[in-house]
Design a protein around this ligand. Structure first.
Ligand code: SF4
Length: 248
């Protein structure tokens, strides 16, 4: 059965061969490398999840977030030491975490009580296609759903259109998981720059479904999954086994 998420679709569009590597667990585990930015993003997301799921309302403050980060960092210290490489880099990211937590706490979104955080919804669109994703956070405000996606990297003015499909996909999943509620808005919360990007809800979710079905058909019919050179090749973990780069 084909399993699709917004990130798998984005990877396929970027390069079918990279998609093939990513969906093969053994290849992925052998070649995919953790980067400091990626691990840092996961740590921040994990802290914000625990901040709601495992912290009493009266204890939700900066000190709690700081301690959560420290605990998570120390819990996998060997791995983190390897990824962040040296003391200076570790200090840089610890300082960045404090900055992002302060930004988060200043925003009124931090005061809300989420309906759910770090949720991994799945939906069987048809017997051959399962949709999956990750909701960082969903709030229920005035009987309407608000989807919040935390971003820990830089805001890129020209890269925002890439998120529209991801958010539409998530909105579609939300309506399947919570059919009793309407979706009010979708929010990208940039913690590094304290920037909020709000997106309107999709007027026609049938169109979103058709778009997903079209992509699924393209992937199903793509037997070769050939490499496609692109601007991110230099950062690709699979260059070593990529037919384009192996032949050089
Ligand atoms: S190096 Fe480029 S072409 Fe090769 S797999 Fe990676 S993204 Fe695709």
């Amino acid at each position: 059965m084909l399993k699709l998420s917004p990130s798998k679709i984005a990877t396929y569009k970027q390069c079918p061969f990279k998609y093939k590597c990513e969906i093969d667990t053994q290849t992925r585990l052998s070649f995919r490398k953790d980067t400091p930015d990626l691990v840092f993003g996961n740590l921040i997301h994990g802290c914000l999840n625990d901040f709601y799921k495992r912290t009493k309302k009266e204890d939700r403050n900066f000190e709690t977030l700081r301690k959560l980060f420290e605990t998570k960092f120390k819990y996998s210290f060997q791995k983190h030491n390897k990824v962040f490489k040296n003391k200076e880099t570790i200090i840089k990211y610890v300082e960045e975490s404090k900055k992002q937590f302060k930004t988060f706490l200043k925003n009124k979104l931090s005061k809300g009580e989420p309906l759910v955080t770090e949720d991994f919804p799945k939906y069987l669109l048809n017997p051959e296609l399962e949709l999956e994703g990750k909701f960082d956070r969903v709030d229920l405000i005035d009987d309407k759903l608000v989807l919040i996606d935390y971003k820990t990297g830089k805001y890129k003015e020209d890269g925002q259109s890439n998120y529209e499909f991801q958010l539409n996909f998530y909105e579609y999943l939300l309506t399947k998981k919570y059919p009793e509620y309407k979706v009010d808005k979708k929010i990208l919360f940039y913690l590094k720059e304290n920037k909020i990007d709000k997106y309107e809800t999709s007027y026609d979710l049938n169109e979103v479904e058709n778009e997903i079905l079209d992509i699924a058909e393209t992937i199903n019919n793509d037997i070769d999954l050939k490499p496609k050179r692109n601007s991110l090749c230099n950062y690709c973990d699979y260059q070593q086994i990529c037919p384009i780069f192996k032949e050089r």
